[in-house]
Design a protein around this ligand. Structure first.
Ligand code: SF4
Ligand code: SF4
Ligand code: ZN
Length: 228
């Protein structure tokens, strides 16, 4: 049985290795958790901590990773390879996958969404009520710039580490432009590392009614600067 490294209590989560009481009362517990987490990230091939002190600073998210030549960002999908580049080799390729999800989906926004209510009719939907026969384009990004312990979709970390599977901007656009696709939901993972491709795909689609959300509900209306 796994026990708390500090007090020996058995009432712990194995992945934390210290108990709740110690986390609250003993500051040294945070260091134990941090080291354990770094070890795990290293074991799957992701940077153990936020890169600092490198020559180039990534502007894609709040982490602002500072990368030396050959170093990967915390998300694992951006690399300094003679300039900041996606690990996939092209901004037209992102790590992740997509699928069509029939509406209404299990999205948390369903009670207020034009795809399931009369809200937004007729401005952003031509249906008052359920958009039966229409689809959400679900885009699962295989990476995240955060590292929540109990992530709802933890497999994105291994996808980021491996750089697989790949989805292309062109195929994503093809699906997004289907008449029966009325919204895009970006999740995973988060789309920070895929901003160039996600913003291009939603922007180029030219479909005003498209919305895009990730698991934290952050809008993906990005302006990309400084990328080759
Ligand atoms: S997108 Fe990735 S490399 Fe860039 S700052 Fe965020 S975590 Fe770092
Ligand atoms: S996908 Fe969401 S829950 Fe998972 S690590 Fe990223 S921000 Fe946290
Ligand atoms: Zn304890």
């Amino acid at each position: 049985m796994t026990r708390c490294e500090l007090c020996g209590s058995s009432r712990i989560s194995q992945s934390l290795s210290v108990c709740l009481e110690c986390l609250r009362e003993r500051p040294e517990s945070l260091e134990i958790v941090r080291r354990r987490r770094e070890k795990w990230r290293t074991s799957i091939g992701l940077p153990s901590h936020l890169p600092r002190g490198g020559m180039l600073k990534c502007p894609l998210c709040v982490n602002g990773c500072e990368l030396n030549e050959g170093e990967r960002g915390y998300c694992g999908t951006v690399i300094n390879r003679n300039g900041l580049r996606p690990l996939t080799g092209s901004w037209n390729l992102a790590t992740g996958l997509y699928y069509l999800d029939p509406l209404p989906t299990n999205c948390v926004a369903t009670p207020v969404c034009p795809a399931a209510t009369c809200r937004g009719y007729p401005e952003v939907t031509d249906t008052c009520g359920l958009e039966i026969g229409r689809y959400n384009l679900a885009v699962f990004y295989g990476s995240c710039n955060l590292d929540c312990f109990f992530c709802q979709n933890a497999e994105h970390r291994r996808m980021a580490a491996m750089g697989r599977p790949l989805m292309s901007l062109n195929s994503l656009l093809r699906e997004a432009l289907r008449d029966d696709v009325t919204c895009i939901c970006a999740f995973g993972g988060g789309p920070a590392h895929g901003r160039p491709s996600s913003s291009r795909s939603t922007g180029r689609s030219g479909i005003r009614r498209l919305g895009s959300r990730d698991c934290a509900g952050r809008l993906m209306d990005f302006k990309i600067r400084g990328y080759s």
